[in-house]
Write a protein that binds this ligand. Structure first.
Ligand SMILES: Cc1cc2nc3c(=O)[nH]c(=O)nc-3n(C[C@H](O)[C@H](O)[C@H](O)COP(=O)(O)OP(=O)(O)OC[C@H]3O[C@@H](n4cnc5c(N)ncnc54)[C@H](O)[C@@H]3O)c2cc1C
Length: 272
């Protein structure tokens, strides 16, 4: 499979008032795994197809050439998760949170139709990060983390337990999440003033769990600090990713805190 290519929309479904599932024709030879991230490239206004640099297998050169495209023609690049792959239909599904009209990805997803085309970079095995084996897990995230969380829950074996916390706008955003594991799922509704950090702080959690955290970067940071500082969890027992940043787009430069998080992730990965 080419690492960089175009992706054509085949179907679009409304999952909840604020979540749309877009199916794309899967590339030939597509390999799938849980929590599978990829970059999507969204066309600029007036472009039927996003402009992509030529792929020659060299990631760094590809990215340099991407940045060399004049800004008003360069696609917006955003991170997403493959929610599911259906080899029989040769389709892959990506679930988009419709968080507003400020972001090009959410704006595109609101009106996406079969036949429309995005660019993709990935999925790359470089970002394949299997969950470590554990008897119990704690998952916490917002709606952007639901696709990853859903695919992780489906991949877990029977006999393990998961305590999951998901923050969404309101009860209409709840989704069914299947798993062979024993899952205790707490939905938190912003419409009722509920949120992730106080809910996890107040919860009784299993002693030797592995934690997986994703969602708004500030919330993820607070959750991780709480698990490490207040609960004494080992840093290595926590996978964490800030998926989006309040008031900042994915084009905006990383903050000092973002860079510190990224450095920690690299340092922890090196210890494995
Ligand atoms: C590894 C990874 C996997 C991800 N998987 C998914 C996925 O499967 N589905 C999904 O929907 N998202 C996913 N995300 C999050 C997604 O990339 C971001 O929400 C991204 O900012 C959306 O781009 P945009 O163009 O809509 O908004 P941007 O142009 O990046 O931002 C515009 C404005 O919208 C705000 N904003 C961005 N996202 C949100 C949000 N969710 N809620 C409220 N305000 C927001 C920003 O603060 C900014 O003010 C993932 C992120 C990562 C890093």
């Amino acid at each position: 499979m080419e690492l960089v290519d175009l992706l054509a929309v085949t179907r679009v479904r409304t999952l909840t008032p604020r979540m749309r599932r877009v199916s794309f024709a899967a590339p030939a030879g597509f390999e799938t795994w849980p929590d599978q991230q990829l970059k999507l490239c969204f066309p600029r206004p007036g472009q039927p197809v996003p402009r992509l640099p030529v792929a020659d297998g060299d990631d760094m050169r590809w990215y340099r050439e991407f940045l060399a495209i004049p800004e008003d023609e360069r696609p917006w690049m955003r991170s997403f998760t493959v929610r599911a792959h259906d080899p029989a239909r040769a389709e892959l599904d990506i679930d988009f949170v419709l968080h507003g009209t400020a972001g090009p990805a959410a704006r595109w997803a609101r009106t996406a139709e079969p036949g429309e085309v995005l660019g993709r970079y990935g999925p790359s095995t470089v970002y394949r990060q299997p969950l470590p084996t554990a008897a119990s897990y704690v998952f916490a995230g917002d709606e952007t983390a639901l696709p990853a969380m859903g695919s992780l829950l489906e991949s877990l074996p029977a006999g393990v337990s998961v305590q999951a916390f998901v923050e969404v706008h309101d009860p209409a955003e709840e989704q069914r999440l299947d798993s062979p594991a024993e899952v205790s799922l707490t939905w938190l509704h912003r419409s009722r003033g509920e949120s992730l950090v106080p809910a996890v702080r107040a919860a009784e959690l299993p002693a030797a769990a592995h934690a997986w955290l994703a969602g708004e970067a500030g919330a993820v940071r607070s959750l991780r600090r709480h698990l490490v500082d207040d609960r004494g969890m080992a840093k290595r027992a926590i996978d964490f990713t800030g998926y989006w940043r309040a008031s900042l787009t994915q084009d905006d430069a990383p903050t000092d805190e973002d860079l510190a998080d990224a450095n920690e992730r690299v340092a922890l990965a090196r210890q494995d």
